[in-house]
Design a protein around this ligand. Sequence first.
Ligand code: FAD
Ligand code: NA7
Length: 539
Amino acid sequence: MRDTNHYDAIVVGAGFGGLYALRKLRDDLRLKVRLFDKASGVGGTWHWNRYPGALSDTETFVYCYSNDKDLLQEWDFNTRYITQPQVLRYLEYVADRWNLRDDIQLNTGVTKAHFDESANLWEVATDTGESYTAKFIVTALGLLSATNVPDFKGLQSFQGDWYHTGNWPQGVSLEGKRVGVIGTGSTGIQVITAIAPEVGHLTVFQRSPQYSVPVGNGPVSPTYVKLVKTYYDEIWDQVKDSTVAFGFRESSVPAMSVSEEERKAIFQKAWDLGGGFRFMFETFADIATNEEANKCAQDFIKAKIAEIVKNPATALKLMPKDLYAKRPLCDSGYYATYNRDNVELVDVKENPIAEITPQGVRTEDDVEHALDVLIFATGFEAVDGNYTRVDIRGRGGEPIKEHWSNGPTSYLGIATVGFPNMFMILGPNGPFTNLPPSIETQVEWICDLIKEVHSAGLPVVEATREAEDGWTNTCREIANMTLFPKAESWIFGANTPGRPNTVMFYMAGLGEYRRQLNDVADNGYAGFVSRKGGAPTAV
Ligand code: FAD
Ligand code: NA7
């Protein structure tokens, strides 16, 4: 079995992370590699999230790979942001261009990955009944991928159709139907805005209102695209040395250092330009760290809501009461959607959902909202959700679910103690950024480490407890310097019941993260050990 079904490395997931990992491990390191994905196509997030209005809120020119200069020149775009079908087309093109298809096995979920300590190999089983062994396992399972469908009483009795946005089937028509949407996060506001003109009646069940600014999507000129392509080297240098890696320079000006008039003018300029991360990070340096600065941004957005939404009671319901400290959102006319006659807003914090009935949703005030279709825009079990859904066991047979029972942790967002030769792409406490450049950073670093270990003939490499604890503390300290922990959102795992509120990101930015990774590598992969004859040795 081991001879035919043995690989140097198994990669799980065919999104941005897995595709690049496969290419690097196979073509640069010359390893025998197989990639599995449970999906029927490549693309990860962009395969699954086909809901109407799905759009990347990273601008097109930096929501792509940077590592292939020819690809950067030949891939054309003509809009400021990239829609779901466009990202999917891009990743399918990449899979072909890099000749990856033969080494990708689709429709194959990995159900088990156990580390066999006697052989220093990972034993991997799939839902297609196959089993494999591999020296290394690289998991690119996605941090916003394990869908969260709340356990509402009566859901199974619903006689209409229901869908989660993260598992959206092809060919759904909502035309003229009575549709309900639960959830008003990034996804909710996209889907609500997109479907409102098409559906007969739309009921939005809102638990928490959101601060959102215009996305500012639209065509870009051939001159703009040419300029981007000419300066791509400089662009990526800037992105990889920046904080959020969104392709703009973060502001260094504190909000309270300018007059109120100037502040409003800067916010207005950002509002007119569009972009959630730009509004939070390009306007002023301290919106995400200083409550007074944050309040100015809150007030500006609330004034816009009051201006846009005609019904004052609806406008008030749409105004958040908490800090502007979740992943910053942007939209294509979200607030104005509530001026439509066919759109109704139900505040389910004030009036919770009591149950789903065969005909619709009944709220606690005993009103039954009749629906043909119910959409769950209820987000994801973020970061570790796909890890704990697989039977992953490390040394001593320890299940990862138990290992992370107090919340997921890691060393550098890449490895976790007790799980040798397992490398995570976008694992817990990785960088909080525009993700493709962070994914590339991690893949390249992981491959360098694997190369070092493999060529030295070392059987295993693993993070130490001390290193992981140190990294976890660092992430906690950095997060506590920001306002993000004070708002309840998926960034801290606070969106799904029964999960401890945990720091799940390294929030010091991509530039700093890359310096940390370089330091670790330059110091002989400090914090990682190998084992020869059972005793830990340096890598
Ligand atoms: P994914 O693309 O999530 O791929 C993971 C893959 O692993 C999936 O295909 C899944 O099927 C597979 N998988 C999981 N478990 C198993 C298993 N047990 N067996 C086999 N296969 C498995 N990020 C940004 O930076 N900017 C944005 O604008 C942005 N917009 C987003 C919009 C939406 C609607 C969503 C959901 C996410 C968005 N993201 C955005 C985050 C996005 O997930 C990342 O940018 C990126 O696509 C992640 O790539 P990945 O390869 O790490 O994971
Ligand atoms: P989010 O941002 O986690 O949003 C999920 C939404 O669903 C949010 O409004 C939640 O309210 C709501 N929700 C979740 N559970 C319930 C229940 N039980 N009842 C009512 N409402 C509920 O997920 P998204 O998919 O929008 O975005 C995640 C990321 O993916 C995003 O940042 C992009 O990067 C792509 P809550 O706010 O928790 O009160």
